[in-house]
Design a protein around this ligand. Structure first.
Ligand code: SAM
Length: 281
């Protein structure tokens, strides 16, 4: 009799982690990787991801649309706005269309600094450092809560010239910064040293379209995961851009920010991710 081997099960059963990786606590980078269909996640991440998906069933779609936005925003900045430097904080695990791949695909001389605080992202950072020879990439293992440790890092200054425009990318990361950590001041601090002509790119999960019941369920799923998380309203998101010049169409759903082509997509509430790109003068 032929015994069919369930390869996927074999892989899952023999799951092991590199040294220094805590597999028992869910991590945002690994949970997001799971929603995107990646393989760098462990049981605790998958359980937490499924719990959030129960409360918010379109979360996988939201993750994909967020990633599509990121690629469009980098294309826009490189191709139309002429930006050649990127500071991508909360970079996440390498996946299709990393910032340097999109930017250097258009302008090979582009220079990118990636920042994340997750040890698993650090392990995979080599992929992010695979720069075109005309440009450069660097990876900083640093925490967004400590803006100064990022801004003063020697590798940042070796890679980016802060006298020239930089796109500060905070894509799907600010909702991990709760109000007690003063998120608005943090963003202002990060923008402070950037030259005129720089840009702020941000996406953020919103609670605008959730019913009270869904909101309570989503909050509970996140609390159980132990990952600090704060949904924000459109008004609260817009406040990050005070005094900055928003690029059309302004604040929108990640799906409807400069779509390349029309395609059928669900209502924005199924995605519940806001996007904004603004120029700093
Ligand atoms: C949802 S993923 C987004 C990845 C990528 N920016 C994207 O939008 O496709 C959020 C990332 O932010 C990182 N992150 C969360 N809190 C952070 C912090 N305080 N400092 C640095 N990175 C953080 C996580 O490790 C994770 O990789």
């Amino acid at each position: 009799m032929i015994r069919l081997v369930d390869r996927k099960k074999d892989v899952v059963d023999s799951e092991f982690a590199p040294a220094g990786i805590d597999v028992n606590t869910p991590h945002p980078a690994r949970r997001y990787d799971y929603w995107l269909g990646g393989e760098n996640n462990f049981e605790a991440d998958r359980e937490s991801a499924e719990a959030v998906a129960e409360a918010f069933p379109t979360v996988r779609f939201a993750a994909l649309e967020n990633r599509r936005f990121l690629r469009r925003a980098v294309s826009y900045l490189t191709e139309e706005a002429g930006v050649r430097q990127f500071l991508d904080i909360g970079a996440g695990l390498p996946t299709a269309g990393n910032v340097h791949e999109v930017a250097q695909g258009i302008a090979p001389e582009s220079r990118i600094v990636y920042v994340d605080n997750d040890p698993i992202v650090l392990i995979h950072a080599r992929t992010l450092l695979n720069s075109a020879s005309e440009g450069a990439t660097a990876y900083l293992d640093a925490d967004l809560h400590d803006a100064d440790s990022i801004l003063s890092h020697p590798d940042l200054h070796a890679t980016l010239d802060l006298d020239k425009p930089v796109a500060l990318m905070l894509v799907a990361v600010m909702h991990f910064i709760t109000d007690e950590h003063k998120p608005y001041e943090l963003v202002r601090r990060l923008l402070e040293p950037l030259a005129p002509g720089s840009y702020l790119v941000m996406t953020h999960a919103t609670d605008d379209h959730l019913t009270q019941e869904d909101l309570a369920e989503t909050r509970e799923a996140n609390q159980r995961s132990g990952i600090p998380f704060q949904l924000r309203s459109t008004t609260e998101f817009t406040n990050f851009f005070t005094d900055l010049e928003l690029v059309p169409p302004g604040i929108s759903s990640v799906m409807t920010w400069r779509p390349e082509t029309w395609r059928a997509h669900p209502r924005p509430e199924a995605v519940s991710m806001l996007a904004g790109v603004a120029r700093i003068d």
